[in-house]
Design a protein around this ligand. Structure first.
Ligand code: AMP
Ligand code: MG
Length: 318
């Protein structure tokens, strides 16, 4: 594994069918040439990701959608792209025949996103191909927001690209789009209120095929530290021994905690999202801690996406 900043070298590895971890504005991704099924297979192997969980294809130019989506392309795709690309929105639409089945886990739809992160864009340009990339973590574990989070979990990567900081900190909003409108498959920093200004929201997935797992982002347990994590009950004042606590303001003095991670001094949701996975990683790495408590946030705006990640992280320990 090479760890470095050489975009040309990383792009060459992508073109030759290798794996490159790279930063985006949401989280670190683990990328391979999206149209090379052998290369994409290595992503599933490295992450130990089950084959039913499809990948997001990353592009740097809007016209690339014509090779990935099948015609007729819903006019909402252009509207969404104008409003939110480059940025943290993934659009799921009926796929073209050139997208390999391994990328979409056999679904007839493909997920596509244009990131805004300068390092990701530079890699996409230099690679001259679309890059399939899920988050660069072991399946079910915590998403990475720094290169060290990637190397902690994954070994079989050819290149870990260093670059500008990951700013948003949680995965993209995923929407399924057809002529009827769009349906949110996974909440993210782009909220329902943001989307509603551009496209009608559907009450069901317009691309759903009966019997398929329409969005594996809907799995109950995900993004979880390897230690037990519990939702903090607001009547709790004293923590059990060897506890770590993640809070979103500095209002209360947690002197029974072994370690405290404050994601935001004043409950700012963007700041909480940006620091959430770093908090999970810090607690996971701290050997003095046996269990983690995390404060919930109000479920509105970006709070919906933050609570989605928190609920999946605590699911096994409810
Ligand atoms: P990750 O980048 O690791 O967060 O994983 C990508 C996520 O995108 C998947 O877990 C799904 O939730 C979603 N996704 C990718 N492709 C599709 C698709 N064709 N249909 C629905 N959801 C998808
Ligand atoms: Mg992921």
């Amino acid at each position: 594994m090479i760890i470095g900043e050489n975009i040309k070298q990383a792009a060459l590895i992508i073109r030759e069918g290798g794996l490159v971890a790279f930063p985006t504005e949401t989280v670190y991704g683990l990328g391979a040439n999206a149209l090379n099924p052998m290369a994409v297979a290595k992503i599933f192997e490295a992450k130990q990701r089950p084959s039913f969980d499809p990948l997001i294809v990353h592009i740097h130019h809007f016209d690339e959608i014509y090779a990935l989506f099948s015609s007729p392309i819903s006019h909402w795709v252009q509207k969404l792209a104008e409003a939110f690309w480059p940025g943290p929105l993934t659009i799921v639409h009926k796929k073209s025949t050139s997208v390999p089945h391994i990328v979409t886990s056999g679904l007839e739809t493909v997920a596509v996103r244009m990131p805004s992160h300068p390092t990701a864009i530079a890699l996409l340009k230099a690679s001259e191909c679309a890059i399939a990339a899920p988050s660069a973590n072991r399946f079910g574990q915590i998403s990475p927001t720094e290169a060290s989070h990637v190397t902690k979990q994954l070994q079989d990567i050819d290149y870990v690209l260093l670059g500008e900081k990951v700013t948003l900190g949680i995965e993209s909003t995923v929407v399924s789009v057809a002529d009827e409108g769009c349906f949110i498959l996974r909440p993210g920093v782009i909220t329902a209120e943001d989307l509603e200004k551009v496209v009608p929201l559907c009450s069901h997935n317009p691309n759903e095929t009966i019997g398929s797992l329409s969005s594996p982002g809907l799995l109950h347990s995900h993004y979880a530290p390897t230690k037990p994590m519990y939702l903090l009950d607001n009547t709790m004042d004293i923590l059990p021994p060897h506890s770590g606590i993640i809070v979103h303001t500095n209002k209360k003095n947690w002197n029974t905690a072994q370690a405290i991670f404050i994601t935001s001094q004043n409950g700012d949701k963007k700041e909480i999202a940006s620091n959430l996975f770093a908090a999970f990683h810090t607690m996971e790495d701290n050997k003095a801690i046996q269990q983690i408590f995390i404060e919930p946030v109000e479920e509105n705006g970006i709070g919906i996406a933050i609570m989605d990640r928190i609920k999946k992280a605590v699911f096994k320990y409810k």
